[in-house]
Ligand binder design. Structure first.
Ligand SMILES: CC(=O)SCCNC(=O)CCNC(=O)[C@H](O)C(C)(C)COP(=O)(O)OP(=O)(O)OC[C@H]1O[C@@H](n2cnc3c(N)ncnc32)[C@H](O)[C@@H]1OP(=O)(O)O
Length: 385
């Protein structure tokens, strides 16, 4: 249905804010810093921006960012659906640009969860306000780690996945991080070290969980026609799809491992007119090691239940035959409150061949996948140069 929109818009500017621990900044500061850098990258100015797409833990995110930047856009979208929001905003920007409602869209995200100590592992008042809260939170279920721990338990019980399989994902991420000067954790690690790290929510140990860092990022999306007049090589949106299944906890679904991921992967690939085998760069949300195994299966890179075997023997790491998350991912690079923006940025950097030591030799087509909440929704994006 959206096939005709393939290559109708492109990312023409992309930048991270300062990363890691950034004291003295607010999430708005980080968004604005990233926005200024992304605009400079594109050769555009704030006056060119007429669409703002932002999400932070604030329902007025787009409005606040526009006001902070001193601009008066004619289109604002502050939809927040968890980790995938920034990736989904690229689709919403495409729709708005194609409908003539804006021409230069700023997509931004920022979080200072490390510096301001706002990341809580569970039992927050917000949890209690959600419908599930009263039945789950009082019993000590940590959010979202506890939910993914239950998914991991089920995966292990049903398919024989082991903790060593999970650890493979964490070690591969660290090996990529060692090639990325901006990564937060770059020290050597091993399968044994991951497996011996402190238990957080059985079977997920500390090193199975993403980092808590500050970070922000921004991309500039515009029409293909405008993109061709700018200084950067356009990174085209070849295909993109989003899908929603349930609210937050998978325990309301018939099978916790059942997701809508394949639906968005198939739709995005079809829109792009390419197959899984054509993809050079894969960026997958790694909030927890089990999330990567589950995503690889659900995206159709292997069958459900085979993800553990798929990631074995360093396959995802530098030098492996299925490299993913070349930045070091949320597990070792940076993980602000939500990771979609950083996944998107790494895909753009790979396609523009600006990744230094971690640059993949062939990088023409990228697949970015991000879920929201606990695989409650997801977006798949195919980018190409
Ligand atoms: C939509 C979504 O994206 S869902 C995901 C949202 N994010 C999360 O849920 C965050 C998950 N992670 C966490 O909550 C925490 O990192 C935990 C609970 C796993 C670990 O917490 P703690 O053991 O209390 O560690 P704490 O956060 O205090 O950090 C202690 C040290 O361990 C480090 N550390 C934490 N996780 C890791 C890791 N995976 N690898 C290496 N070091 C780590 C920290 O960087 C910190 O180092 P420092 O003292 O040098 O700064």
């Amino acid at each position: 249905m959206t096939k005709h929109l393939s290559k109708s818009v492109a990312i023409v500017g992309a930048a991270e804010s300062d990363l890691g621990k950034v004291p003295g900044m607010t999430s708005l500061d980080l968004q604005a810093q990233a926005a200024a850098r992304a605009l400079r990258d594109a050769g555009l100015t704030l006056q060119d921006v007429d669409g703002v797409f932002a999400h932070v833990d604030d329902k007025f995110a787009g409005l606040h960012l526009a006001e902070y930047l001193g601009i008066r856009p004619r289109y604002v979208d502050s939809t927040s659906v968890g980790g995938m929001s920034s990736v989904m905003h690229v689709r919403h920007a495409m729709a708005a640009i194609e409908a003539g409602m804006c021409e230069v869209a700023l997509v931004a995200y920022g979080s200072t969860q490390l510096s301001d100590g706002t990341r809580k592992v569970g039992g927050t008042p917000e949890d209690m306000r959600m419908p599930r809260g009263q039945f789950i939170t009082p019993y000590g279920q940590l959010s979202p780690i506890g939910y993914y721990a239950m998914v991991a338990q089920l995966h292990m019980q049903r398919y024989g996945t082991t903790h060593k399989d999970l650890a493979e994902v964490a070690v591969a991420a660290r090996k990529w991080a060692q090639l990325n000067p901006k990564a937060y954790r770059r020290e050597e690690t091993s399968i044994e070290e991951v497996m011996a790290s402190k238990m957080i929510a059985d079977p997920l140990r500390q090193r199975d969980c993403c980092l808590v860092t500050d970070a922000g990022g921004a991309v500039i999306v515009t029409s293909a026609a405008r993109a061709r007049t700018l200084k950067r090589p356009p990174v085209y949106v070849m295909g993109i799809a989003e899908s929603f299944s349930h609210h937050y906890t998978p325990f309301n679904t018939a099978d916790w491992l059942d997701t809508n991921v394949a639906q968005t992967a198939d739709a995005a690939l079809e829109m792009a007119g390419v197959t899984r085998a054509d993809i050079d760069v894969v960026q997958i949300y790694d909030h927890f090691t089990i999330g990567v195994i589950q995503s690889l299966e659900e995206l159709g890179f292997c069958k459900r239940g085979e993800g553990g075997a798929f990631v074995a023997d360093g396959r995802l790491a530098p030098g492996g035959d299925f490299p993913i998350n070349t930045s070091g991912g949320g597990l070792s690079y940076n993980h602000p409150g939500q990771f979609g923006m950083l996944l998107l940025l790494e895909a753009v950097h790979q396609l523009r061949k600006e990744c230094g030591e971690r640059q993949l030799p062939k990088a023409e087509l990228a697949l970015v996948h991000a879920p929201g909440l606990v695989f409650s929704c997801n977006t798949t994006l195919i980018l190409g140069v």
